[in-house]
Design a protein around this ligand. Structure first.
Ligand SMILES: [Zn+2]
Length: 327
């Protein structure tokens, strides 16, 4: 950590001091058309350059943007919204906008937030936070600052402090996950639903379904894109929950409104959340089974339910199954 905090100091210099020979040499060789923040890992890189990239990653995780003209800040990839957690925005809703920078959200004449645009792209909480970010009357450059030191400038001491804190947070998250696990599995295996449904959920949690992502990893397919939307990597969370083509299945706002509000990193995280916060585990489970079954049938050119019927049919199936349990 101490080492990384020193490397980050070098990366910070490459970001802020553009007159040094150090900057000119590295810029010409490794990031001629971008800033160091966008520079990609390069095989050509020397040991020194690869080390600086380790430092750059520290800056990327810890630093925050202060909005000036918004041109240097990528909306969905950079930290610029003033909140502690989670700091990155949920996924970009419109594919053409994925790489857009913050300036498209600012009205260049009035130098105010373009409220219509902001409200169209973000959820309510995010809209409120964005509207509170002050904009100056004159367009100035965006500033990357380091929130862990009093003057906003990176120092290896404050960098080390940040890395320690990050490490403790990850440790804590990991421990609570381990404790949670046994509860999740207990509830999963004891739910009132057909065995094949439980097994599917278990496999989805383990990323053991033959999704495009896992086939790609095993080199069975050439690409890993979702078979429905072709716009994202198909892991089990995407295939069964977050794919936009499934909006029709998870559309009931009285049941699944959290789909638009809570962001999950894995299918297992989603399942744990549902167990903890809702009474919907069984309905969720049979719906997931129907989604997966429908996907596979379509792929094999077999007769399959229409996607807009899945929610209704799953509910009916569950009710019938549970009614039989009491006979
Ligand atoms: Zn998809």
């Amino acid at each position: 950590m101490f080492n990384d905090s020193l490397l980050a100091k070098q990366a910070w210099r490459l970001l802020h001091d553009h007159n040094s020979l150090f900057y000119k040499v590295f810029k010409a060789r490794f990031f001629p058309n971008t800033s160091i923040m966008e520079a990609r890992d390069s095989r050509l890189g020397s040991y020194a350059w690869r080390s600086i990239l380790i430092g750059r990653d520290v800056i990327q995780r810890g630093a925050r943007w202060r909005v000036g003209d918004g041109k240097n800040i990528r909306i969905w990839q950079d930290y610029w919204i003033p909140r502690m957690h989670p700091t990155l925005l949920s996924a970009c809703p419109i594919s053409d906008f994925e790489d857009s920078s913050v300036d498209i959200l600012i009205d260049p004449q009035s130098r105010q937030w373009n409220v219509e645009m902001v409200e169209g792209l973000f959820n309510e909480e995010e809209v409120e936070l964005i509207k509170q970010i002050p904009l100056s009357n004159v367009a100035s450059e965006d500033i990357l600052y380091w929130p862990y030191s009093s003057n906003g400038v990176y120092s290896s001491k404050s960098g080390y402090k940040f890395l320690k804190m990050e490490d403790e947070l990850m440790d804590r998250a990991h421990n609570s996950v381990v404790e949670d696990d046994s509860q999740v599995w207990k509830r999963l295996w004891s739910m009132n639903a057909p065995q094949k449904v439980k097994t599917l959920l278990w496999r989805a949690c383990r990323e053991a379904l033959p999704t495009k992502c896992s086939l790609f990893r095993r080199k069975i397919t050439e690409e890993d894109l979702c078979v429905r939307c072709r716009a994202a990597i198909e892991n089990s969370l995407h295939a069964l929950w977050s794919c936009t083509e499934l909006d029709l299945v998870w559309g009931d706002p009285e049941l699944w409104s959290f789909r638009n509000e809570v962001q999950f990193l894995s299918f297992k995280e989603l399942l744990s959340w549902i167990i903890k916060h809702t009474q919907l585990l069984e309905l969720f489970a049979v719906t997931v089974w129907s989604i997966w079954n429908q996907r596979n049938r379509v792929r094999l050119n077999q007769p399959a339910d229409a996607i807009h019927q899945i929610a209704y049919l799953s509910k009916k199936w569950l009710a019938e199954y549970q009614a039989r349990q009491f006979v």
